[in-house]
Design a protein around this ligand. Structure first.
Ligand SMILES: N[C@@H](CCC(=O)N[C@@H](CS)C(=O)NCC(=O)O)C(=O)O
Length: 220
């Protein structure tokens, strides 16, 4: 591995920061290209992601150019995590990692995102039933994580180490306060096992580095 991977990103949106965390955890060189929302439906991003969203990556070392944060995470781990620091190759762990990543992609990302959409961007304001629906889903989904960790009695979702399946949840969970306001504290009090897991992930040096990078990017 010699040339930096290009990461198409956005300063505010959580999904690209998931990929940044994995790049950082794996110690891979990468170069971030921030794309504004209004520029996402044209080149060069649209050439890599026909859906015109971030993240997307171009890896000059392998010729792979791809999109969708979960797929990118899987690609990076399969290609570059030769010591299995963030993954398992044994069964059933390797398959359970996929379950939790897919749950994050389908159960956390879209529901958390829709809460922000109906609260902030939807043209029809104060659509209470939609806002409540997604706020309840946020609480429910985090409750699933909390119950799972409690039942297993482990510090991480799969096995006994931090994996890509845990890290994938970090950027949206970081937005909890933004999404639920006062309600975020209540969720954290009601779900202490989830909260301890989140804090454990936040304390990782790679995650802290990305938090700093993101703060720096947003202050420029
Ligand atoms: N499922 C996609 C979601 C990507 C996504 O929605 N990204 C946001 C930023 S976090 C975006 O590009 N939004 C631009 C738009 O909606 O046009 C993934 O996880 O990569």
């Amino acid at each position: 591995m010699s040339k930096p991977i290009i990461l198409y990103s956005h300063k505010g949106g959580p999904n690209p920061w998931k990929v940044a965390i994995i790049l950082e955890e794996l110690g891979l060189p990468y170069e971030t290209k921030f794309v504004e929302f209004q520029d996402m439906k044209e080149g060069p991003l649209i050439d890599v992601n026909p859906n015109g969203r971030v993240p997307a990556i171009e890896d000059p070392n392998t010729g792979v150019a791809m999109f969708e944060s979960g797929a990118i995470v899987e690609y990076l781990v399969e290609t570059y995590d030769k010591s299995n620091n963030l993954t398992y190759t044994s069964s059933p762990e390797k398959y359970l990692l996929k379950s939790w990543l897919h749950f994050q992609m389908s159960g956390q990302g879209p529901y958390f995102g829709q809460k922000a959409w109906f609260e902030l961007y939807h043209p029809e304001k104060n659509l209470k039933s939609a806002i409540d629906r997604y706020a309840n889903e946020i609480r429910r989904v985090l409750g699933v994580v909390d119950a799972h960790l409690k039942k297993q009695g482990t510090e991480y979702l799969v096995g006994d180490k931090c994996t890509y399946a845990d890290l994938a949840w970090v950027p949206w969970d970081m937005a909890l306060q933004f999404l639920l306001g006062e309600g975020a504290k209540k969720v954290e009090e009601e779900l202490p096992t989830y909260k301890a897991w989140h804090d454990r992930l936040m304390a990782r040096p790679a995650v802290q580095k990305i938090v700093e990078e993101r703060t720096k990017a947003n202050s420029q």
